[in-house]
Design a protein around this ligand. Sequence first.
Ligand SMILES: [Zn+2]
Length: 89
Amino acid sequence: MSAAKFTCPVCGFAELPESHLDPTGSPTYSICPCCGVHFGADDVEATHEDLRRAWIAGGAEWWSMNEHAPPGWNADAQLKAAFPDAPRN
Ligand SMILES: [Zn+2]
């Protein structure tokens, strides 16, 4: 199970090494390298949908300076794969 990957509920990035919630449902305070959302902080007062909209409105760019996007990473394809029914604007 050490190789398990998790999907970010905000941007749909599917390579997170850690879930945004621990087994008890508490936030892990991890940060998604893709959208930069800090779980347990940024998503306390905003919904994941709100944060996703904000990320898309800001250009849906890769967030982390230290961790680079996977080769061929594409925000649009990632969003479509993770949230096929989500409206886009
Ligand atoms: Zn994310």
